[in-house]
Design a protein around this ligand. Structure first.
Ligand code: HEC
Length: 153
């Protein structure tokens, strides 16, 4: 009797811990942020952009135009890294700084266009703007991410 009870208890515990584990795991995957970043760092700005882009994607797929506009605005007005970080980036970029900035402008203007199309409830337009925006993210990463990462680490 006692053994059976114990076995039952053990099974229940396993189920409970497994359930908890998978919930915790989902949270980690939803954020996909590996390491927490320092205040004023570019990493922290980027981690914020990732969260807002994820929320924007969800809002788009739910056709929640109010939320689409709000998330696009947060992306368009994303915070800048600290002055010290910006100086480091500028120094290392040299004459490539204009190209680096151009990618940031693509993301910014696409996010502003998303806001306009969201206000007009134009989901097709929003989708097209989103593609342009995400291309801006990927293009900058492709060209500059490893180089800047090296300078800022
Ligand atoms: C102007 C260039 C540029 C643009 C545009 C840009 N990124 Fe980044 N991103 C970087 C650089 C550089 C790093 C590396 C930072 C570092 O390692 O310190 C980075 C890193 C990241 C990371 C990894 C952060 C980490 O914890 O290591 C994420 C996520 C990210 N960006 C998301 C985005 C998203 C989403 C967008 C578009 C909405 C975007 N980025 C647009 C330059 C850019």
């Amino acid at each position: 009797m006692l053994t059976n009870k114990k076995r039952l208890l053990a099974t229940a515990l396993v189920i409970l811990t497994t359930a908890n584990y998978s919930i915790a795991n989902d949270t980690v995957q939803a954020n996909t942020v590996k390491v927490s970043a320092a205040e004023g760092s570019l990493k922290l700005v980027m981690q914020g952009l990732l969260k807002d882009t994820q929320a924007l994607t969800a809002a788009m797929l739910n056709e929640d135009f109010t939320l689409i506009a709000a998330k696009a605005k947060t992306i368009a007005d994303h915070p800048k890294p600290s002055m010290a970080t910006r100086m480091k980036i500028m120094e290392s970029m040299g004459s490539d700084m204009a190209k680096f900035k151009a990618n940031d402008n693509i993301v910014h203007s696409a996010a502003v266009e998303i806001m306009t199309n969201a206000e007009q409830k134009n989901i097709k337009g929003v989708g097209e703007n989103f593609k342009k925006m995400i291309d801006g993210c990927l293009s900058c990463h492709n060209t500059f991410k490893s180089r800047v990462s090296e300078v800022l680490k």
